[in-house]
Design a protein around this ligand. Structure first.
Ligand SMILES: C[S@@+](CC[C@H](N)C(=O)[O-])C[C@H]1O[C@@H](n2cnc3c(N)ncnc32)[C@H](O)[C@@H]1O
Length: 240
């Protein structure tokens, strides 16, 4: 996988060997470093992926109500389907009274973030969406945009996109957070790295905050930080 992905970068930069490509990186091409990282990420995602999380999320929103700001971090947002699914759930829950909710959506990969920010998708990406949702939250393209849908501005307004590498020391994320979506990204890290990230998540959260993980991720090794509530939903292990 690494070979075929980097072979594309070799072709694009006109290098004949991995050694030559490495030289190019080491000579300080910041732009190429970014493309190198972007080429290695796996960005599979979809609207309302792992759908069982969304009713749980909606219930939590209802419990929190409208009296204080609600902050959500979508920490591996990929091409945007996940943060837009979050925004749809927010608007379905609060209707027009959602101005107290903010969604911070981040990813390591700048290419996928650019797609996310644009919010334009081939129509097949939304074919499982109900007709009601489609009508309420998407605009159908015509002419040159035939075959595409664009998310409506009211979804975009709820979300701020920014590049964040979960492995770097500084996260420009404003807490306290009510919910962290951290789905299908921890699988790429070993357990000590997962633990380090979780130990940084915990103090950023509201005492009753929730953290949502991907279907194949389990954080039993961090039971001192997070307790499982079932269905890959986690709460803080200790009330702070
Ligand atoms: C498989 S996708 C999952 C997307 C979405 N969370 C979902 O569940 O549908 C994994 C995402 O994690 C991002 N990623 C990988 N390493 C990362 C890191 N160190 N920091 C932040 N994001 C990272 C990738 O760029 C990719 O978009």
């Amino acid at each position: 996988m690494v070979y075929s992905r980097l072979a594309r970068r070799l072709r694009a930069t006109g290098k004949n060997t991995f050694g030559e490509y490495l030289d190019l990186l080491e000579k300080g091409g910041a732009d190429e470093w970014e493309r190198f990282v972007n080429s290695l990420t796996t960005n599979l995602t979809s609207f309302f992926r792992e759908p069982h999380h969304f009713p749980i999320f909606a219930d939590h929103l209802l419990k929190l109500g409208t009296k204080r700001p609600i902050r959500i971090w979508c920490s591996a947002a990929s091409t945007g389907e996940e943060p837009y699914s979050i925004a749809i759930t927010v608007l379905e829950t609060f209707g027009a009274n959602a101005s107290h909710v903010s969604i911070f959506a981040s990813d390591l990969d700048t290419n996928v973030l650019a797609t996310a920010q644009k919010g334009v998708y081939p129509i097949e990406r939304v074919e499982k969406m109900s007709a009601d949702r489609l009508k309420r939250f998407f605009l159908k393209g015509s002419g040159a945009q035939e075959g595409y849908v664009a998310v409506r501005p009211e979804l975009k307004r709820l979300i701020e996109f920014q590049r964040v590498n979960l492995l770097e020391p500084n996260w420009p994320v404003r807490g306290p957070l009510d919910i962290i979506f951290c789905r299908n990204v921890m699988i790429y890290f070993d357990k000590p790295t997962q633990y380090k990230i979780l130990s940084r998540f915990a103090p950023m959260m509201q005492p009753d905050g929730l953290m949502l993980a991907g279907h194949s991720e389990s954080f039993l090794h961090a039971a001192d930080l997070f307790k499982s509530m079932g269905k890959t939903v986690y709460a803080l292990a200790k009330a702070r």
